[in-house]
Design a protein around this ligand. Structure first.
Ligand code: 16G
Ligand code: MG
Length: 547
């Protein structure tokens, strides 16, 4: 095809290593940064085709490996409304990344054009950005070659957070429509979110400063600019782990993933009772909060705690606004602490559903709800208002000043939320606004329910693809009889729950367990992990027994 005339020539500059194989998984392509050049070049080609398949709508490409070690990198595509790439295209991505030669690559591209009925005369439009990783500039150059090979109109946003890029894509594609989302610039992003934040907190007592661990990633400089744009005593921040220059520091012993996985403070922060802390991950699409009590015990306020805080606030505002039939719902994954699920169902009395791990799955479930709050326990999430909900807000007829105020706040909340994707900075402003409005300390927020002790383990097996799950990943259907063995173990522990799923990002199987006490929980986790190891081809060391 003439359209692909330049592909072979430019592809030769970014050859694929023999035998290397790539898969577009939960978070796009992700692996060692110095093995990704051919893949990122090809993602440029894919982004151009994806844009053409959407009649020239702007597609985003983000080069990041999030919370992974600094030597890793990754790349993912962003669809026109700022959401994750439509799942049916993931197979195209994988096939194109794995084409062994230039000829195979061109044939694979032609096959996508054919399968999707793409009109290649459409002008492709792509915007892209990267995080602070050292391998980023070289990968960006490869991407630019891929975009040039198909004549895409390409715009770089430089180094920004992943959610900022999602926001820009949505703004660009909705400009001039009733769904216009905002200015597609960094300044526009900051103005939108800080403006909504200040509208919500205006007149309330001032909070203490917020301590932020920026994982030594792109969130550091960006949140500094956000606070400068707000220029308000309502957003006083103390920034920690904001070194994006020294090699090796990104995500090293810090960031949201470290804090959530280890249930402890990041390096570089000495926690003081009474203060409020949060951690971003390396590309600032996750956030967790934490604090220490007067005995200096550490308390984590994870995605479940954020989700319940936000859902409660929204539910109460909808009631205060006097709007009928505007249901707030919550989407969680199997990793949600059992206490949070009981709290949502029994105390808040809100509908809740489980989705599979990965933002795209939660996002799609939340879209089915009028107001859908979705968070993974790891701090990844946001809130979606569907069009019926927005209509209800628009047509609400307040009967009192209190109702009018509640409606005004609901609008401000909607503006404060990055609906395209979970966003550490927007989520941070959301939590801050709610805490300020309620006059709450982190301990008061935490008091809603007490987490069950939980434990996450990893088992390396010969073949993780033999693990198949159902029921939002809570039940194994293969290998045969393994689930029965797990059920027998779980039944021995009060409030016990455990599940096993293959990781979407690592060559391993994950085991999650929770139970009424720390000792029970650990015993359950290690016995399930041991059973998986024994019955399903464990490799290396058997998970150590709990001592
Ligand atoms: C990716 C997902 C994250 C999920 C994690 C699970 C996105 C943008 N990111 O990082 O949501 O929690 O994978 O990893 O969807 P795992 O499959 O290795 O447990
Ligand atoms: Mg991330």
């Amino acid at each position: 095809m003439a359209h692909f005339a330049k592909v072979a020539e430019l592809s030769a500059r970014h050859p694929k290593a023999d035998g290397a194989s790539f898969e577009y998984g939960t978070a796009g392509f992700r692996t060692l940064g110095d093995t990704l050049e051919s893949t990122v070049f090809r993602v440029g080609l894919l982004a151009a085709l994806r844009s053409q398949s959407k009649q020239g709508k702007t597609i985003g490409v983000m080069i990041t490996a999030s919370h992974n070690p600094e030597c890793d990198n990754g790349v993912k595509l962003v669809d026109p409304m700022g959401e994750m790439l439509q799942q049916s295209w993931e197979a195209h991505c994988t096939r194109i990344a794995n084409a062994a030669s230039a000829d195979e690559l061109v044939a694979a591209l032609a096959a996508v054009v054919e399968a999707e009925g793409i009109d290649v005369s459409v002008q492709a439009r792509v915007v892209y950005a990267r995080d602070t990783r050292p391998s980023g500039p070289l990968l960006q150059a490869a991407l630019e070659d891929g975009l040039a090979a198909l004549g895409a109109e390409a715009t770089s946003y430089g180094v920004v957070t992943t959610p900022q890029l999602h926001y820009f894509v949505r703004c660009l594609n909705t400009a001039g429509t009733p769904a216009a989302y905002g200015e597609p610039t960094e300044a526009g992003y900051r103005a939108k979110y800080t403006g909504a934040f200040l509208r919500l907190v205006d007149g309330r007592p001032l909070p203490a400063p917020l301590h932020i661990d920026a994982a030594n990633g792109v969130g550091g400089p960006e949140v500094r600019k956000l606070a400068a744009a707000a220029a308000s005593p309502y957003l006083r921040i103390e920034l920690h782990n904001d070194d994006t220059q020294t090699p090796g520091r990104l995500n090293k012993d810090c960031g949201a993933d470290y804090v959530k996985s280890n249930q402890r403070a990041p390096a570089g922060l000495d926690l003081e009772p009474g203060a409020r802390y949060c951690s971003f991950d390396g590309d600032a699409d996750r956030i967790v909060y934490y604090y220490v009590d007067e005995h200096r015990s550490f308390h984590l306020l994870d995605g479940d705690k954020i989700s319940t805080l936000v859902a409660t606030y929204l539910r109460d505002l909808v009631a205060a606004a006097g709007i009928e039939d505007l249901q707030v719902g919550v989407v969680q994954t199997a990793y949600a602490n059992g206490s949070s699920t009981s709290y949502i169902k029994d105390t808040l009395r809100l509908p809740t559903v489980f989705a599979k791990t990965g933002v795209k799955h939660l996002h799609h479930e939340a879209e089915k709800m009028p107001i859908g709050v979705y968070f993974e326990a790891n701090g990844h999430g946001t809130v979606l208002f569907n069009s019926a909900a927005v209509d209800k807000l628009r047509h609400a007829a307040p009967q009192s000043p209190a109702q009018e105020d509640a409606i005004r706040r609901l609008w401000a909340l909607r503006d404060l939320i990055n609906e395209s994707v979970g966003d550490a900075m927007s989520d941070m402003l959301l939590v801050e606004a709610i805490l300020i409005c309620k006059g709450w300390t982190p301990a008061q927020w935490d008091a809603a329910y007490t987490d069950l002790p939980s434990r996450l383990l990893k088992v390396v097996v010969h073949d993780r693809t033999q693990f198949k799950t159902t029921n939002a990943e809570q039940t194994l259907t293969a290998p045969p009889r393994l689930q029965d063995a797990i059920d027998t173990l779980v039944a021995k522990f009060p409030r016990g729950r455990a599940f096993v799923r293959p990781s979407g990002t690592e060559d391993a199987v994950r085991v999650y367990a929770e139970a009424a006490t720390r000792a029970d929980c650990d015993q359950l986790a290690y016995s399930v992990a041991g059973t998986v190891f024994d019955k399903a081809g464990g490799r290396g060391d058997r998970p150590a027994e709990f001592i």
